[in-house]
Design a protein around this ligand. Structure first.
Ligand SMILES: [Mn+2]
Length: 386
């Protein structure tokens, strides 16, 4: 019997090869978190290794344009159409934007691992193990894990040696950073990737081990070192349209890598201070009798909301919804606890939201400010029921 494969993996590999062969413009579109960045890098390296070229990388600035495939992005990328747009670690909730993209002349491949919201967008090819009709037994690969599987399909027997190692290390880092369950395929990816990471050829990773000061206060334990690397790579700053981690993981200069790492350590220190201030501020105002924590501010940094929510969810063992107030809208992050699926919960209140999506324990949303009170009530009411 033939082994069950992730749905559309073969179709996507073939479509990308066709695009390379025909010299089509290929755009790699990724989320700005480490999973999105690693997945995008792997797609780019896949194209390069097959003799092709990536016409553009695009990472939406969550602060300015929101999460996912955005209208702003499509306007900026329109000059490249017709083109193949490969979206990684996002897209599964972008019903309208995918339609617009195709009208504008883009072929769209979505490689995502987030929860399916009632259906999938009308893209040319959708890979998401959670979509209907996907019989692959393991459903919890990171987006980078999916791209690793796609690379296996794409390269076939040529996927070995240094090439395979350089993909495995990315997939492992992303799987850990995205906090995917350490089961089945993920264990294999993590084991293979971490072994590769220790002798990485990538200057951006080598530099961590070559920067004497980097691990100085940590134990020599590889796990704690790894967590420190991931914390640094998770710096979400976007410069010149590219996430900081993308710059580090793709540079060919060891010197530049070391300089970037020192910069990221500084940024991280400031981040941590801001997070502590925000958490302390929220904790003074928590209604202890409420089944959830729900609050927002205008001056919070959007990139920090997920971490703030995670800390609060752990400290108080309640689902947490925190948001930044923008103009007439809010953008927020949700973190949940065992037994409460934040995506399913928001689905029950979806008429009050502009958009939402993610994983049961880690998700995001956008809403009009005028609907916030009602959204909170709806969440509370449905939580009480469950
Ligand atoms: Mn992800």
């Amino acid at each position: 019997m033939e082994e069950t494969k992730i749905k559309n993996l073969a179709a996507a590999a073939k479509r990308i090869k066709t695009a390379i062969g025909a010299g089509e413009n290929i755009i790699v579109y990724g989320d700005t978190d480490l999973d999105g960045v690693c997945a995008a890098i792997m797609i780019g390296e896949m194209i390069k290794n097959a003799g092709g070229k990536t016409a553009a990388y695009y990472f939406p600035d969550r602060e300015k344009e929101g999460y996912g495939i955005t209208k702003t992005a499509l306007e900026k990328l329109a000059r490249l159409a017709p083109a193949l747009l490969v979206a990684v670690d996002l897209g599964i909730g972008n019903f309208e934007e995918v339609k617009l993209a195709r009208q504008a002349g883009f072929s769209v491949i979505i490689v995502d691992h987030h929860e399916i919201l009632g259906g999938v967008p009308e893209a040319d090819i959708v890979i998401d193990p959670k979509q209907p009709g996907d019989d692959y037994p393991f459903k919890f690969l990171a987006a980078s894990g999916l791209v690793f599987k796609l690379a296996e399909e794409f390269f076939g027997a040529d996927f070995c040696g240094n090439l395979r190692q350089s993909f495995a290390e990315m997939a492992a880092l992303a799987t850990i950073a995205d906090m995917m369950p350490r089961q089945d395929d993920n264990i294999e990816i993590i084991n293979e990737g971490l072994a590769a990471l220790k002798r990485s050829f990538r200057p951006g990773l080598r530099a961590f081990f070559d920067t004497d000061a980097f691990f100085e206060n940590d134990s020599r334990n590889f796990k704690s070192r790894l967590n420190k690397i991931i914390a640094v790579l998770n710096v979400r700053d976007i410069r010149n349209g590219l996430p900081a981690a993308f710059e580090l993981l793709t540079t060919d200069s060891l010197e530049k890598s070391k300089k970037l790492i020192r910069e990221f350590l500084e940024i991280n220190k400031l981040r941590r201070e801001k997070i502590n201030v925000a958490v302390a501020e929220i904790e003074t105002q928590i209604d202890k009798s409420a089944p959830l924590i729900f609050c927002g501010r205008r001056d919070w940094d959007l990139n920090l909301l997920g971490t703030i929510a995670s800390i609060l969810a752990i400290n108080h063992n309640k689902p947490v919804f925190v948001y930044k107030i923008l103009n007439g809208q809010v953008q927020g992050a949700a973190r949940s606890i065992d037994g409460v699926d934040s995506v399913a919960l928001m689905k029950k209140c979806s008429e009050l939201l502009i958009t939402f999506g993610g994983h049961p324990k880690a998700s995001g949303f956008r809403a009009k400010t005028e609907n916030l009170e009602e959204f909170k009530e709806c969440l509370t009411k449905n939580l009480d029921k469950s």
